[in-house]
Structure formats: C-alpha cells, structure tokens
Design a protein around this ligand. Structure first.
Ligand code: ADE
Length: 229
C-alpha cells in the first residue's frame, strides 16, 4: 500500500516511520510512506499557508491554495482515497481500519490551527477522527491511522493471528498475558496457563476478556456479537 501524507510538519513523522514494525513493513515492500510539505506549494513569497478566518474568531485557518496544489501534485489525476484527519470526522474503528487496509493508495491530509478552509472538503473523500479529544494537529492522528491500518495488511505483523487476537478485534478487551519466569517477585503465572490444556486455556482467556471488559469498558459488552465496530 502506498500512503502519501500532506502536512506542515513532515519532520514529526521521521521517528515513527523509521522504527519497529512500520520500518520493517517498508523494507519488505508492503508499505510505501511519503510525506509532503504543504508549505512547499504556497504561491506567496512568505510561504504563508494559513490566514485569518473570514467572519472573525480566534486562531488561523489553513488556506485552500497550497493544499489544492499539493494534493494535485501528489495525486496526479489517479483515483486515490483522500482522508482529512480532523476532530469533527467519523471515528476510526477497527472495522474502518480493516476496510482501509484493502486500499492500494491513500492520501492523508493533516489539518492544523483552528481548521482548514471548507473548500478543501471538495477534494476529500472522508473525514476521520481518532477520538473525542482535540489535538494540536492531524499529524499524530495520521500516524495512529497508518500504524493501525498497517497491522491489517497481510504480512506486516509476524503472525497473521496477532491482529485478530488483540483488544477490540472481537469487540472485547484482551486477556492478560504472561511470559517467563513462572514466578516473579513472588507473583505466579496462573496455573491453567502453565499446564498446557488448549481448550481450558481458551475458556480461561474468554472469561478474563469478559471480566476485563466489564470492569474497564462495560459499554462494549452491550455491543459484543452485534455490530463489529
Ligand atoms: N486533529 C486534532 N484533533 C484530532 C483528532 N482527535 N482526530 C483527528 N484529527 C485531529
């Protein structure tokens, strides 16, 4: 999958894209990540990419011109799914992430300041938010989206199973995990995990998932087995 990211702060992506699983996915050729600086597409000599809002109000608004020009240069007239990261978007869910993982190409636009000139919505296919809180810009949400979607691309994770085993993938939170040693500072790994009966371990994990979900996110239990998001 090829993902282009339009941003005013391309340097923010460097560490995240050159580490761990995202790094390996790019080395394996499963993922191609490119950042583009919107400021490079401004048509004024001060490289100004934002301006005061019509009608007044606090903060600055990202201008349409550099975004349109940057989008056109990157898209090259090809059919590409274009996403704006904004707190007013639809919520990114595991269902949405799985759906996006099937795409060949995406362009992510990171909003900043108080917002983006509304005319930009004419070159956007979908607006997404990563949660009901407001961040200083769309860069962290774009990184979250890339990371979350990549996990569903076949071959990105070590074993295909792991994307399905985790919290939320079946609508429940994940069961507790342990590794060696069996006893650490007097705390012992539950007996059932040590004796190796597969069916019993599955049952224990299911019960633990249920219990954890009831305790931490009871609202999820109401949805379990009904809708998948
Ligand atoms: N930009 C600022 N806050 C955001 C959020 N919660 N989701 C997506 N983009 C954002």
């Amino acid at each position: 999958m090829k993902i282009d990211i339009l941003t005013l702060f391309p340097e923010m992506f460097e560490g995240v894209f050159s580490s761990s699983i995202l790094k390996r996915a790019q080395e394996k050729g499963l993922l191609q990540l490119t950042t583009h600086n919107i400021r490079d597409y401004t048509d004024n000599k001060h490289k100004k990419a934002d301006d005061y809002p019509f009608g007044g109000g606090a903060g600055m608004v990202m201008m349409a011109q550099p975004i349109f020009d940057c989008m056109e240069a990157v898209q090259q007239g090809e059919p590409v799914h274009r996403i704006l990261l904004t707190p007013r978007g639809k919520l990114l869910t595991p269902k949405k992430a799985r759906e996006l993982a099937k795409m060949d190409r995406m362009i992510l636009l990171c909003g900043h300041y108080e917002g983006v000139d509304e005319r930009v919505s004419t070159i956007i296919d979908e607006e997404l938010s990563i949660g009901d809180y407001v961040l200083t810009g769309g860069e962290l949400p774009a990184m979250v989206l890339v990371d979350c979607v990549s996990r569903f691309i076949p071959g990105v994770l070590g074993s295909e199973q792991s994307a399905e085993d985790e919290s939320h993938s079946n609508g429940l939170l994940e069961y507790p995990q342990y590794t060696r040693p069996a006893v650490f500072r007097g705390m012992e790994v539950p007996e059932i995990l040590q004796n190796g009966y597969h069916a019993k371990i599955e049952q224990w994990r299911y019960e633990q998932s249920m219990q954890k979900t009831k305790e931490m996110r009871p609202v999820l239990l109401g949805r379990f087995g009904k809708i998948e998001d």
